[in-house]
Design a protein around this ligand. Sequence first.
Ligand SMILES: [Zn+2]
Ligand SMILES: [Zn+2]
Length: 311
Amino acid sequence: MKHSFFEYRGMWLKGNVHSHTTVSDGVCEPARQIRDYRDRGYDFLAVTDHNIMDSFQQELEGICLIPGWERDITYSKTKCVHLVGLSGRPAGEQKAFSMERPDPSEVTVQQLTDSMRADGQFVVLAHPVFSRMEAEEISGLTGYQAIEVFNMGCERICHAGRADVYWDMLLREGRRVLGIACDDTHGKTQKSDRFGGWISVNAREKSGPAIMEAVGDGNFYSTMGPEIYDWGIEDGAIYVCCSPVKEIHFVTYPPRGAAHYAGENMMTGDRYELKGAEAYVRVECVDAFGNTAWTNPAFAEALGGEGTDRG
Ligand SMILES: [Zn+2]
Ligand SMILES: [Zn+2]
């Protein structure tokens, strides 16, 4: 019995859900940013300017715009908490508005998260390493549905773009948090924070609501380049099929999972025999340049095991 963890709803769509323009602190005009992403083959883009929801509403043929914003609480020159909120409302139904940067003496991060969720937004904890968040702050905050496992902009600024260690910390605690790769485009470093991290979503159609429905269901993978064609469970093992890569890793807990290296060759798939106690499994595929693709986690009930043995 083979069961895919992807739900094939119609089409794979590629998009970046974190970007800035001249409306806030990006260097690219909104119209040019949207056109550049479309011309690069992106199916959707969220322009998430700071504290401005849906800053740019003009549609452009060929690319779907997801209304969004980034709320930022600032504590010091380097310490902050940033939350990306994405709206699943149909184009035109999300009203554009802007708000003051939240003042930490007036609102807590939890209250801010809760207010975004109450508005129906999909909330992503942005770049926790860049934000100088401590583990207890990341784990103490609840309500966000995803964490940025890779943020291209923060990686390019100061090598603070990866958050897989924190993602696994949350998953070990039993939190059902998804992983998002994004650009966080600002364009301040000669375009180098563009086109480096995106999600590939399987949606029933190319529309904002359909894309956000699939994102909310975790029906996507994140990547810096490698493609994941399929992954799932077959005869008590996890399988993955991907574009040619050098490494495939099965990250699990409490069992230790497995790391596989191709050596001189390339791999386009791999298997991991389940031990039966996995609370979750996720897969990373790494190409010859170190570009990584991440599946979302599959949890115990999808793995057919107990997932409760913490031994
Ligand atoms: Zn940010
Ligand atoms: Zn940002």
